[in-house]
Design a protein around this ligand. Structure first.
Ligand code: MRU
Length: 358
């Protein structure tokens, strides 16, 4: 399946072929392109936990197929035994990372599909799960394309766009969320510059965003995170667009650590700050950003650089992987159904009434 037509030299982020899940190992990009068959539920859990597959939408698709991987050996089971194992495996996969709501969303959707299926045997239930995972995968591709169509008008000829982390093709199975408007404008021949924050500590901006945009032929410049405000002050940035792992009901946005600083700087310089995501990343069950669980990762990611210790031994370290940008700093949220603006609480609720992926 050619799911990422703009970057034919990169294998798909996620592929399901011959009842096997293949994941592109994003921890090794851009120096090595390695695709691995992921053949047990533990291996899928580790791939998500260790960020070999990462980015909210891609985590959701990987988890949906991960449930298929988990249930493949259970095809001989009775319906009741199958469901007991299914729920256990779903809870296990759900524990791989806490912040991206797409993980929970995809697993819930898979469970609901299995419960509603007329299938009676383990084998039939397994087929129903694969069918639903494929549907989630196909939809992800389509949603990215629609986000691109809605966000395309934000890109002005000759302008500069800043993005943080990787909300690109590699974070999805389509053309990305924050990158979708960029790819669409580029395809239409609009000239513009992109600045990619390197995104300490794991360098998703340098390793992934800069890489995929360069591969796609876009004009991209890599900067360290701390340079972004200076470039804004110089008038080089006209728009910020980032992805998100979870949007609360009031429009507060959790995204990669460092996003909050970018949003504050953008507000200071009067630069529009947009967030792009599929409606599956909107979590109306979480009232405010303060209620979002922020993943805290290992100290070595901060105390080391490229595998070499940089901080003194015994140093206390904090490593929250995400931060929350208050909705007051958000100009708009670009979804597959259109751009949502303030008042976010009312307008996000209206989006669900309009048919968002609940
Ligand atoms: O820790 P990561 O690499 O999974 O963090 C990814 C991000 O913060 C992305 O911006 C977000 O998931 C949106 S991806 C379309």
């Amino acid at each position: 399946m050619a799911l990422q037509p703009h970057q034919s030299n990169l294998p798909p982020t996620i592929e399901w072929r011959d009842d096997t899940l293949y994941l592109l190992d994003q921890t090794r990009l851009p120096l090595e392109t390695v695709v691995e068959a992921t053949d047990s539920v533990e291996a899928v859990w580790r791939a998500i936990h260790e960020l070999r597959v990462r980015g909210a939408p891609a985590i959701g698709v990987a988890a949906a197929y991960g449930l298929c991987v988990a249930m493949r050996p259970e095809r001989q089971a009775s319906r009741d035994a199958f469901f007991a194992r299914l729920e256990q495996h779903a809870a296990y996969l759900d524990s791989a990372r806490p912040t991206a709501v797409n993980l929970h969303w995809a697993l819930e959707r898979m469970l609901a599909h299995a419960r509603g299926a007329s299938a009676r045997t383990g084998a039939e239930l397994y087929d129903a799960l694969v069918e639903e995972a494929r549907r989630i995968h196909r939809e992800d591709v389509e949603l990215c394309a629609k986000i691109g169509e809605h966000g395309r008008a934000l890109i002005e000829a000759g302008g500069g766009v800043l993005t943080h982390c990787n909300a690109g093709a590699l974070a999805t199975t389509g053309i990305g969320t924050a990158t979708a408007p960029l790819y669409c404008a580029h395809r239409e021949g609009v000239p513009f510059r992109v600045y990619a924050d390197e995104t300490r500590p794991l360098l998703q901006g340098a390793r992934l965003t800069a890489y995929e945009l360069q591969q796609g032929g876009l004009d991209v410049t890599l900067i360290t995170d701390s340079m972004a405000p200076a470039l804004m002050a110089q008038g080089l940035i006209d728009l910020v667009i980032v992805g998100t792992d979870r949007v609360a009901a009031n429009g507060d946005v959790a995204n990669k650590i460092g996003t909050l600083g970018v949003a504050i700087a953008a507000k200071h310089f009067g630069i529009p700050f947009y967030v792009a995501c599929p409606s599956s990343t909107l979590d109306l069950r979480t009232a405010r950003g303060a209620d979002i669980v922020i993943e805290e990762r290992g100290a070595d990611e901060v105390a080391q650089l490229a595998g070499r210790r940089t901080a003194p031994e015994g140093m206390k370290v904090r490593n929250p992987a995400f931060d929350v940008t208050p909705h007051a700093l958000v100009t708009g949220i670009v979804t597959e159904l259109g751009i949502v603006r303030a008042p976010f609480e009312a307008n996000l609720a209206a989006l669900f009434a309009k048919g968002a992926a609940a």
